[in-house]
Ligand binder design. Structure first.
Ligand SMILES: [Zn+2]
Ligand SMILES: [Zn+2]
Length: 151
């Protein structure tokens, strides 16, 4: 996703866009529909501060019962772009502080959009907080019905 620096006014700007998961490098098995991206951009002299808020409808597997479930992943991040003649040493997409050249028309925030969603996925994905999981005896899904073993 690219933001046109010359299209921003001094002061506050808001940008709303839907981006295709593939174009920002998201896994399209998990993220099958467009990602909603809201950007608050504060443009100053030689500086653009961005707050990026993302909502991505995702499909996940529950780590406890193995069922598919859908959940909206919500993420956000803040980045500051500073106008410079040369990039910062070791600067990479995803850094909190980045640079843009004096004649650079677009800044690319694809990495940031992707990372906000990746970071929002918990280490353990559960379909519900109190997922009952599978019966260790018969493998039945205890969310659906109590199996015979428990009787
Ligand atoms: Zn589950
Ligand atoms: Zn059982």
């Amino acid at each position: 996703m690219k933001i046109r620096t010359t299209g921003l006014q001094l002061g506050h700007n808001e940008i709303d866009e839907f981006v295709e998961p593939l174009t920002v490098g998201l896994d399209t098995k998990t993220f099958q529909s467009p990602i909603s991206v809201h950007v608050n951009a504060e443009k100053g002299t030689g500086k653009i501060a961005l707050e990026i808020v993302t909502i991505g409808p995702g499909s996940f597997f529950c780590d406890r019962c193995g069922e598919d479930f859908k959940r909206e992943a919500h993420g956000s991040c803040e980045i500051v772009f500073v106008q410079r003649d040369a990039p910062f040493p070791d600067e990479e997409p995803g850094d909190d502080l980045r640079s843009f050249g004096p004649f650079q028309e677009y800044i690319d925030v694809s990495t940031e959009v992707r990372d906000t969603l990746h970071l929002s996925i918990p280490m353990k994905n559960l379909c519900t907080e109190d997922c009952q999981g599978l019966c260790p005896n018969c493998g039945g899904n205890l969310n659906k019905s109590a199996c015979r073993c428990s009787k």
